[in-house]
Design a protein around this ligand. Sequence first.
Ligand code: PLP
Length: 283
Amino acid sequence: MYASVETSDASGGENVRVVDFRSDTISVPTPSMRRAIFEAAVGDDVYGEDPTVRKLEERTAAMFGKEAALFVPTGTMANLLAIMVHCSRRGTEAIVGENAHGFLYEQGGAAQIAGVLLSTIRNNPDGTFCLNELARKFRGFDVHEPDTVLVMVENTHNMCGGKVLPLEWLEKLATICREKGAKVHMDGARVFNAATYLNVPVSRVIISKNVHSSDLSHRLATVCPGEMEAGVVDSSGKGIAVKVSARDWTFARIVVYTNITDEEVELAIKKIRYVIKEYEKDL
Ligand SMILES: Cc1ncc(COP(=O)(O)O)c(C=O)c1O
């Protein structure tokens, strides 16, 4: 428990205006929130029959650009679940900033319940950490070592003063983790603050909508019904599939050579513009 400080004066507190900055966790529901809670339709969630929980999960999944969402009552539980999902074997390792809530304040649940080793990395004052150091910390190349399978970040970062992680840093971190075959978990207790500060949709903050050239090349080569309706077709009404070479996630190579006609170049441009617009909607 945190120590509590009395706020009063000689009048016994009558002349004291309390402005409480201790934590956002002090906040309580507004009257309209209380009314909504009171009036919410409820049901048996085990049978998938709680319409309010279902609506919350569906709406959340859509906002975050994810296949599904799961409602859990606390942030600590959400972090533990993520650790247990991503570190599917006991004895695996997760790297986490030394000032992360998940390391400092969650009762060592990763070790206690999930059997996962947390390896800390020094946090910079802005909530980030050194990505070169991160790349060096991965283990599992030797039978004596645990496999590093997860990296955890916190956004906004509580102990670093509510700092918002830069998108560019997150993208570089995601690249390293992808290359190492590790997953990333974001403790997003205040992720909507980050989205508001950056003025981007929350799905952008959680790195779920990075456009990788392999995704892009796959999408370019696929003809979806929506684009046919939007008129992304050739002169005979056929959909356009564009093949590009994507060697790794950093670039897609598009080479124009002698067999390619001007018409094909125009069709490819039409298709690429359409697909890029699709990605931009999600950014
Ligand atoms: C960054 C962060 N993660 C997780 C939690 C844990 O949330 P809960 O208290 O709902 O378990 C908190 C709580 O303040 C937090 O600040």
